[in-house]
Design a protein around this ligand. Sequence first.
Ligand code: URA
Length: 234
Amino acid sequence: MRLQKFLAACGVASRRKSEELIKDGFIKVNNTVIKEMGHKIDPNKDIVTYQNKRVTISEKKIYILLNKPTGYVTTVSDQFNRDKVTDLVQINKRIHPIGRLDYNTSGLLLLTDDGELTYKLTHPKHKVEKVYIAKIKGTPSKDNINKFQKGLEIDNYKTQPAYFEILNSQSDMSTVKIIITEGRNRQVRKMCQAIGHPVISLQRIAVGKLNIGNLELGKWRFLTEKEINYLKKL
Ligand code: URA
C-alpha cells in the first residue's frame, strides 16, 4: 500500500495532508525517514511512525460534529501555538477536521480519523452546500447581491454561483445567509469584501444536510449512523 494512502486510512490526516507530512520528513518507516512519494509499505510488516508513535489502522472510525467557537485554529499543528479545535474534543484518538474554518469563524466543523472520507469530501469536484450566517458592514444593493450570486472574481478565480439573502438589516450592518458549494481559503470573507461589505462575524450553520442544531458553542457530538452513511454517499 502507498504510504500516503496508509496514513490516510489510519486517520493521521487527509491524503493530501499526509503527502505533505511525508514530503516534510515527518514520517518514518522502520525507523528511517521516508520522503519519497510513491513509497510502498506492507501494513502487516512495516512499522510506520509519526511523532514517535506507531500508526495503525483501527477498524472503527470516528465521526464528530463540533460547534467551533472563534479563537481556535482548525489545523492539527499551529506555528503560533494558538488553541486548536482538536483540544476541544477529548478522545483518545488522533482526529483531524474535514476542511477548515478560519480562526475567527464559528460553527459546524466535522472531525474524523477517516482520511479517505476527508479526501473525498474536500476534493474540489465535491459540491456540498455550506450554509453561513454572516454579519456584514452596511446593506448591499440589489446589484451587488446579483454579482455575489452570479460569481465574483477573487484571487484571479471566478466563484461558482452562490446564494445570498438579507435576513435583517440595520443602519450600518446586515445579517445575511450565504450558501456556497466551494471551500476556498477565506472564500466568504473575500466574496463579501469584493462587493464592498466586509464580514464582521461569520458562523457556519450547516454542511449539506448536517445542521448545527442546538449544540452549544464549544460542544461536540458523535454523528449518527444515518449521518455517517449520508456523508459517505455524497
Ligand atoms: N469562508 C470564510 O471566509 N471563512 C471560513 O471560515 C469559511 C468560509
